[in-house]
Design a protein around this ligand. Sequence first.
Ligand SMILES: [Fe+2]
Length: 205
Amino acid sequence: MATTKSTQKSTPAKESTPARKSFTVPGVPLKEGQGLAEKLQMRLYALNDLHLTLKHAHWNILGPKFIGVHEMLDPQVEAVRAMVDVIAERMATMGVAPNGCPGALVENRTWDDYPIGQAQAAEHLGALDIVYSGIIEDHRALIEESEDIDLITQDMLIAQVAELEKFQWFIRAHMEDDAGKLATQGETSAEAAAKAALDADKKVD
Ligand SMILES: [Fe+2]
């Protein structure tokens, strides 16, 4: 039976600022600890968005490189999902309620939806390279900010970036020529990177 849109609709989470509790971790001032925990909310949104995007790419790859890229992405999905859980539980530990609702994610995110549908593997790889760069840069910025507030949170973010950068290398290795130049070099949008990666892929084939 077809389901109408109205029956699927549920109440979206409108809360943009996570709720503060009455405590944070010992040895960290309340205001600073909760302030840092609130900044983790955007990292939570970003990684929730990332694992959904990676699954979307996993399903929509076309062409002769299908199986390698399709199978490469699932372990990344699982690892990123695990990172989301670690961030959410760190927020709760530091006295701020994490928000995992999709409506809140869409309302608060500062980036657009992933722009590639069914497409050649090269296009997805090019676009995902840009997606990873954005997330890694923002994670690194919060690593800097957490330096003087909480080294445990900083350590968590450092461990995540190490893994995210490794996953980005997996993506980039498909687009690297013999001289070590990336097909997506200098591109800043997912669409342009997808096109550059496809063009490079056609030259190789
Ligand atoms: Fe699958």
